[in-house]
Design a protein around this ligand. Structure first.
Ligand SMILES: Cc1ncc(COP(=O)(O)O)c(C=O)c1O
Length: 413
């Protein structure tokens, strides 16, 4: 097969920070994407958990088309009809009490905003984050991201001297580090990047209690879990915990870049005017997409679909019964399969031989983040494909073959 010209061009000019797949995707509809050779794939990545509504949801497409012809940009200092409508729609689905919103364009920006609002909102500068937590990659958000490989290349520029990391789920550790100097505790209700690990309701409820006692904020990072992914509009609804702030992005506008930090009026009130801002945040185009996306989520019962299909998906995955699987876990359609060996060869084989896109989450976990519109037939296909891949891929034998071939090469040189 000749290499796509697009792949060559992208590899030539792209910054090089990504490990690129050998495929060029050109179209998507629902849970299916197509490459430039016309091959179809079942997409259980959906742009790292963005297209929960499925690719190119008709309502989002229509809203973007209409708004693009009307008004695409208007800074947040100038009120706009779509922004007002979006804010109203968003606040109507947020947990009670979160009624002030800072709009931006991505998850890491939402976390930057959360950090700044937490500092001004409490007059404190210390934070608590979770081991295995992922909060984004800008320098401010990186300070809350646990995995050293993301932080170390940047040395002291990532300043996390004011951040304590505690073991996810360990209530006593959390109690020991939260003091009356803590601005906020930051928790993902389900750790995504850290291996698809749902928090227990007890942990989140205790985190709520501890932060209240110490006058610290509880900030839930719902960037990946929010907007129906886990079977509720927000994952915090599973435990009934209402935070002081919530970071949002990914699925909020059905595929268009967007981010937000939602907070209580009390937290919002202490930021000085002009203390934070962004050019593109709250632009009418992403606002129109966001209105359409949230309305479609509600109308089509996406949370319920994610809950029901997630249970079905996990039950089928458990039914594979492979001795390479250590655990199947997740919440709604945020699913992780922890293997007893590295997951990368299986994810590659799923893509290349089976036409299924899945994602890694820590070296051992295969993560499935399909859209809530995926059909049960498609879930059956994905599970059958995964079963075949688990049977056929033998990384140890392949590695031995590679080593043997390398040895032969050096011997003939
Ligand atoms: C929980 C969580 N927080 C923050 C981020 C960063 O979001 P973004 O990539 O939009 O900057 C992500 C992205 O994967 C995430 O999953």
């Amino acid at each position: 097969m000749t290499q796509s010209k697009w792949l060559e061009i992208e590899n030539k000019y792209d910054s090089g920070v990504y490990h690129k797949h050998e495929v060029v995707m050109v179209r998507g509809q629902g849970a299916t994407v197509w490459d430039d050779a016309g091959r179809s794939y079942i997409d259980c990545v959906v742009g790292y958990g963005v297209a929960t509504l499925g690719h190119s949801h008709p309502d989002v497409v229509k809203a973007v088309q209409e708004q693009a012809g009307k008004l695409m940009v208007m800074p947040q200092s100038v009120p706009n009809d779509k922004r007002a409508e979006f804010l109203q729609e968003l606040v109507s689905v947020l947990p009670q009490g979160l009624e002030k919103v800072f709009l931006c364009n991505s998850g890491t920006e939402a976390m930057e905003a959360a950090k700044k609002f937490a500092i001004t909102g409490t007059g404190r500068q210390k934070f608590v984050s979770m081991k295995r937590g992922f909060a984004g990659r800008s320098l401010g958000a990186l300070a809350f991201t646990w995995e050293p490989k993301y932080r170390e290349p940047f040395g002291d520029a990532v300043d996390n001297r004011n951040v304590d990391f505690v073991t996810y789920g360990d209530i006593e550790q959390l109690r020991a580090v939260v003091t009356d100097e803590t601005a906020a505790v930051i928790i993902e209700p389900v750790q995504g990047e850290g291996g698809v690990r749902p928090a227990t309701a007890e942990f989140l409820q205790e985190a709520r209690r501890i932060t209240k006692e110490k006058g610290a904020l509880l900030i839930l990072d719902e960037i990946q879990t929010g907007f129906c992914r886990t079977g509720k509009m927000f994952a915090c609804e599973h435990s009934g915990v209402i935070p002081d702030g919530m970071t949002l992005a990914k699925a909020m506008a059905g595929g268009v870049p967007i981010g937000a930090f939602a907070m209580t009026a009390e937290v919002g009130a202490k930021m000085p005017a002009g203390g934070h801002g962004t050019t593109f945040g709250g632009n009418p185009l992403s606002m129109a997409a966001g209105i359409a996306a949230i309305r479609a989520m509600k109308r089509e019962g996406m949370a319920e679909q994610a809950r029901e299909k997630g249970e079905y998906f996990m039950e089928k995955l458990r039914g594979i019964g492979s001795n390479k699987i250590r655990e199947v876990r997740g919440l709604g359609l945020m699913i992780g399969v922890e293997l007893k060996e590295k997951s990368a060869p299986y994810i590659e084989a799923l893509e290349h031989t089976e036409g299924v896109l899945a994602l890694q989450a820590t070296p051992l976990v295969v993560r499935f983040l399909p859209p809530a519109t995926i059909t049960k037939e498609q879930i059956d296909q994905v599970v059958a494909a995964f079963g075949r891949v688990l049977n056929s891929v033998n990384p140890r034998a392949e590695r031995q073959a590679e080593l043997a071939a390398a040895k032969e090469d050096t011997q003939t040189e």
